[in-house]
Design a protein around this ligand. Structure first.
Ligand SMILES: Cc1ncc(COP(=O)(O)O)c(C=O)c1O
Length: 417
């Protein structure tokens, strides 16, 4: 029944899951298996805590990623918050991460009193540039946070090396890259701790959910402490956690078992999803390989993309008679392919990070003290490449001919100049 028929005001409804699938896609993210499991869980009142399905997911997920320990949370932001607390991020600390990421990468660190230090990205891959990270390390740096943005895998060797050299923990934000590899290891298992969003539009969906993976018992114990009050059934119920139960630190970031039930079924389909998204991306990229003005993402040696949260191409106006990005996007739409632009705002240009953290602390305490803020121009490489991105929609189970149609439209847009 519509809202107005019930006498309540009409409100817009936005369902932020993968329901908005392109007409060229035969994919249905949630199928019979997910629905059946959730139905059965509801009938047996498996609705709260470290239930058998939650435990099953945690076990299968840590086996998939290749870590000893896994903890589910209510969302990816909570997984990151638990990871930051897990490695000991606190007031006055600095956290290095790219400006080109979703705000939830860094938001949880602010809540612990730490401030962001934004680094440049590699303009070929759109992910953290390790050389620039090194320049920004200070004695206050308490975490380095590479983000495998859009499924593009960070160059983890130099990042992990930097962490070791300076004694700084590395937290991988894997929210866009479920199942991606780096030199034979899954992302999330390479740094000290990995955090995943399982939000409804991700490759692995719980509707709303998150997961933290690590081999480090201390990090895991602290992550349990900060958000798993009164939860029994954990990979490692550490001593301090047990001592403080059932109240913990009084925070609950626990996952909802029904969401994790959906994610359990999705996990078993993750390899197939990555294979088919990967094949689609490869086919489109091969079809435009000779177009100078559109550059596919570079992949570091030994890396394999995964998750494919989106499908960015890097546009070069100077190789297309100076046609600006906005005009190129309009040409794509005219050719029948509506593409997105850079999507995420650059964090260093948001008022929050540009001007300071008044909103949290009224400029009291370590978060605000001496904060210089950011200005446009501070991250020139990031700002430039972000303004030249073209995102064709990603397809998961493309209908026959869909990749060819994408290639035709991109070629028509590029060859018009
Ligand atoms: C890069 C990145 N990190 C963290 C998050 C936070 O995840 P969640 O929305 O599940 O809290 C997201 C969500 O989209 C994300 O894209």
């Amino acid at each position: 029944m519509a809202g107005s028929e019930r006498g309540t005001p009409e409100v817009p409804v936005f369902v932020q899951t993968a329901v908005e699938i392109m007409p060229e896609d035969a994919w249905q993210q949630v199928g019979e298996e997910e629905a059946r499991l959730v139905y059965e869980m509801a009938l047996r009142n498996e609705l709260s805590g470290g239930t058998p399905v939650v435990r099953q997911f945690e076990q299968e997920f840590r086996d998939t990623i290749g870590t000893r320990l896994c903890l589910t949370t209510c969302n990816g932001s909570a997984a990151l918050y638990s990871a930051y607390f897990g490695v000991g991020v606190g007031p006055g600390d600095e956290v290095i991460t790219p400006s080109y990421t979703w705000i939830c990468t860094i938001g949880p660190a602010l809540l612990l009193g730490a401030r962001p230090v934004f680094c440049e990205i590699d303009p070929r891959t759109l992910v953290m540039d390790p050389a620039d990270v090194e320049r920004r390390i200070t004695e206050r740096t308490r975490a380095i946070v590479p983000v495998h943005l859009w499924g593009s895998v960070c160059d983890m060797d130099p990042i992990v090396e930097l962490g070791r050299k300076h004694g700084i923990p590395v937290i991988e934000d894997c929210s866009h890259a479920h199942g991606a590899d780096y030199k034979g290891r899954k992302v999330g298992s390479i740094g000290d701790v990995g955090a995943f969003s399982l939000q409804g539009s991700k490759a692995l969906s719980a509707g709303e959910g998150g997961a933290l993976v690590t081999d480090d018992e201390e990090i895991f114990n602290r992550a349990c402490l900060i958000g798993q009050a009164n939860r029994w059934g954990l990979d490692l119920p550490g001593d301090r956690y047990q001592e403080l139960q059932p109240l913990g630190l009084g925070m609950k970031l626990r996952s909802h078992p029904l969401g994790i039930g959906v994610a359990l079924m999705q996990l078993r389909k993750l390899d197939a999803l990555n294979a088919s998204r990967g094949a689609f991306v490869a086919e489109v990229e091969a079809g435009i390989a000779d177009l100078d003005c559109l550059e596919p993402l570079h992949v570091y040696p030994g890396a394999k993309r995964g998750g494919y949260y989106a499908f960015p191409l890097i546009y070069h106006p100077e190789r297309n008679e100076g046609v600006p990005t906005a005009e190129f996007l309009a040409r794509c739409a005219e050719a029948g392919l509506k593409c997105g632009d850079g999507w995420y705002p650059l964090l260093h240009q948001l008022p929050l990070f540009r001007d300071g953290f008044d909103v949290f602390t009224r400029n009291r305490g370590p978060l605000g003290e001496g904060y210089r803020g950011y200005r446009t121009g501070d991250l020139p490489v990031t700002e430039d490449v972000r303004s030249r991105l073209v995102f064709p929609p990603i397809l998961t189970q493309p209908k026959p001919g869909a990749a060819e149609a994408y290639v035709r439209a991109l070629r028509r847009a590029a060859e018009r100049a």
